[in-house]
Design a protein around this ligand. Structure first.
Ligand code: GLN
Length: 483
């Protein structure tokens, strides 16, 4: 029996019963990490994790995270540990402080184990654009695991650790969760302090995580949610105990399905599975309400996201100037050094986003581009809030396909791409909690469905997700436990 193949809750029982120790868990995780089949690591915290594990000798019965190793997306600050967001611009940067989410987990004696890859600066969705190259899908290395939280998804699906932290600006936790057969949660905007998360699009960014069960996601949210004096955008809304009421009957729950999004998916297996899960929900006493959204408005999701995110990214990455952090290339003047450093440090993809961002923020373009995008964002948010006024959740496939091949070419003007592949950004526009959970396999690859609830309704979200997890039995999936 390898304890890393278990969920947090199960590992906890083994730790409490002294069947395994934190040191054994970390040693085993190191063995697995060193195989590194997915190219998922920026930095393995071997020395630090072993040292911490050695201090953990007396299990804490009521603390489920005691002695549990976890991985960290490398755009989250870790004190004295190199943190480069998979970008050359931050080469050699070693933060002098921990992100609040890290401090909270360490206070519970969870063990930071590794910094893992992402699409450069969290801008991307393929897991192929970080400075180390492609991070692959553990189920099939020809395929992407998705991004930008590619390393986090890969290591949890590979059962190196039972959970990993990620960040989600458009879908960067929930899409990889689908491709990797995992539970992925992006909570309500402000629910988790972002102090120490490198900002990409602060009006959309959330920290979140990957687990192999809904219950485990609730366990982590219990620890990391809450107001933080260091992040004035963190919410003072009271923190629930998210692990209770997970098994409450969902009779009477109202589930909305947005017809236009579902209709733009062509994969028959995904469609069939979706109908099957709707039946399960109905059998459990939920009602399914097909609702409509304007197709043209849905087609604006991606361009609206792109303008807003590029504009905010341009301004938020202006501090990467070669002086304060990471890469520095000498020049005759400050400007000369700045141009040389930024030219070398950022990849072409990132520069393209900055060009679009700067262009849309220029005084003469702002109204037509940036402000227009923000107005459109409000329009979309109004539509979604209307749907959620009459329904508890919106339920849809997380992606129109299983994990694509790396050389996959999609027509970016097709509805399937514009609508079904990009709709999850709605939850970021509106700041809503949103969770992907695994529901099936096709071609040997997992796929997931997504639930989005009203702001601060994480508890309801877990409850509805767990009902499906129990019925489908896609619990604790990893490449090692694949049946
Ligand atoms: N794929 C989207 C992008 O490239 C979302 C990224 C994210 O959520 N961090 O911007």
């Amino acid at each position: 029996m390898n304890y890393l193949d278990l969920t947090i809750k199960e590992i906890h029982e083994a730790l409490v019963n002294k069947k395994v120790t934190p040191l054994e868990l970390v040693s085993e995780a190191l063995k697995r990490a060193k195989e590194n089949k997915c190219n998922a690591y920026e930095y393995i915290m071997e020395k630090e994790a072993l040292a911490m594990a050695k201090t953990l000798t007396e299990p804490e019965k009521d603390n489920l995270l005691w002695g549990i190793p976890f991985a960290i997306k490398d755009n989250i600050s870790t004190k004295d540990i190199p943190t480069c967001a998979s970008s050359d611009i931050l080469k050699g940067y070693v933060p002098i402080y921990n992100a609040t989410i890290i401090d909270k987990l360490i206070a519970k004696k969870a063990i930071p184990f590794a910094k893992v890859t992402l699409d450069e600066l969290a801008m991307g969705g393929t897991g192929a654009t970080g400075h180390l190259g492609k991070t692959t899908n553990p189920y099939n290395h020809e395929r992407m695991v998705g991004g930008s939280s590619c390393g986090s998804a890969a290591v949890v699906a590979n059962a190196v650790v039972p959970f990993a932290l990620g960040s989600d600006t458009g879908d960067s936790i929930r899409k990889p969760a689908s491709y990797a057969g995992l539970v992925g949660l992006k909570p309500t905007w402000g629910r988790i302090s972002r102090y120490g998360l490198f900002p990409f699009t602060p009006s959309l960014d959330s920290l979140g995580f990957f687990t192999r069960s809904v219950y485990d996601a609730a366990v982590i949210l219990n620890v990391v949610a809450g107001y933080d004096i260091h992040d004035f955008t963190s919410s003072k809304n009271p923190v629930d105990d998210y692990t209770t009421d997970l098994d409450k009957p969902i009779k009477g729950t109202k589930i909305a399905v947005i017809k236009e999004i579902l209709d733009s998916i062509s994969d028959v297996n995904i469609q069939n599975k979706f109908q099957e899960t709707l039946k399960i929900y109905e059998e459990l006493g939920a009602s399914i309400n097909y609702v409509s959204m304007d197709r043209h408005l849905l087609k604006t999701l991606f361009p609206t996201y792109y303008i807003i995110s590029c504009a905010e990214a341009t301004s938020n990455n202006a501090n990467l100037d070669g002086v304060k952090f990471g890469l520095n290339i000498e020049g005759d003047t400050f400007n000369d050094s700045l141009i040389k450093t930024r030219s070398k440090g950022f990849s072409e993809r990132i520069k393209r986003r900055f060009v679009i961002g700067s262009y849309s923020l220029m005084a003469e373009n702002q109204n037509e581009l940036y402000l227009r995008a923000t107005r459109n964002r409000h329009k979309i948010v109004d539509e979604i809030n209307k749907i959620l006024k009459d329904n508890d959740v919106i339920f849809l496939p997380a992606s129109p396909t299983v994990a694509p091949k790396f050389d996959n070419k999609v027509d970016q003007l097709e509805d399937e791409y514009l609508i079904a592949d990009n709709y999850m950004v709605i939850a970021n526009f509106a700041g809503l909690p949103s969770l992907t959970l695994p529901v099936g396999f096709t071609e040997g690859l997992p796929f997931g469905f997504n639930l989005t609830a009203g702001a601060f309704k994480e508890k309801k979200l877990f409850n509805i997700a767990k009902a499906l997890e129990d019925k489908l039995g896609f619990y604790n999936l990893s490449v090692r436990t694949k049946k």
